[in-house]
Design a binder for this molecule. Structure first.
Ligand code: MD3
Ligand code: FE
Length: 209
């Protein structure tokens, strides 16, 4: 499941029970203090994905403590159980307890995709930390496009992400371009509480204080 150096895919790592817990928690976070919403880009474009953040609020292209571009509210904290889940994810992907213990995510970005939502190829460069990014997927299957650090174009690899999948991106993969060009309409995970659409939770260290 090593897709590239530092990029490890663990299919269906989350138990159905864990998925349900995450879905329930995400529904609650989606209500507030900052509501789930489409991020508006500086050029006026609107992302098709809807997002809510914990710990730090990501807005293009910086992290803030309050959601200045939404309702001005301070974001909710990252719960300790989610930090623990992130550490378990790093331990599972890298088999490295030291790396897992050192991982202290201080932000979670929760993305919701309906069947038409996409995410264009981009790098995540706002973090001031070399720590890995943990990605958890629940619900509809998608095509995840994993590129290279040099540019949006080829070479890239397309990987299908299904409900329960874990992906960890660290080391040389941390600044690779990536995106989600397709969500499979009609795929879902009703047992996990997702009857439509896809949920992705990423855990990160911002390196900010
Ligand atoms: C590789 N989200 O929120 S998760 C994002 O499925 C984002 O919602 C996608 O890209 C999603 O920024 C992809 C996989 C992912 C997340 C962050 C990364 C891959 C990454 C950061 C660096 C390298
Ligand atoms: Fe990203």
């Amino acid at each position: 499941q090593v897709v590239a150096p530092g990029a490890v895919h663990v299919p269906e790592w989350l138990s159905v029970e864990r998925r349900r817990e995450l879905v329930t928690a995400c529904r609650e976070w989606a209500r507030g203090p900052v509501p789930l919403r489409h991020t508006v880009l500086p050029g006026g474009g609107v992302m098709s994905v809807r997002t809510v953040c914990l710990g730090w609020h990501w807005q293009p292209y910086r992290y803030t403590r309050t959601a200045d571009d939404v309702n001005g509210a301070p974001v909710a904290a990252v719960p300790t159980w989610l930090v623990a889940l992130g550490r378990a994810a790093v331990a599972e992907a890298y088999g490295d307890e030291g790396a897992a213990e050192a991982f202290t995510p201080d932000t979670a970005l929760i993305n919701f995709y309906d069947d038409a939502a996409r995410m264009g190829m981009h790098q995540d460069k706002e973090e001031r930390s070399g720590a890995p990014v943990v990605s958890l997927s629940i619900g509809a299957t998608c095509v995840f496009r994993f590129g290279n650090p040099a540019g949006r174009g080829q070479p890239y690899k397309d990987v299908e992400l299904v409900s329960g999948d874990l992906f960890v991106f660290g080391g040389p993969s941390r600044f690779a371009f990536h995106g989600v060009p397709k969500v499979y309409a009609g795929s879902a995970d009703p047992a996990a509480g997702m009857r439509a659409g896809r949920l992705n939770v990423t855990l990160r260290e911002t390196g900010l204080s």
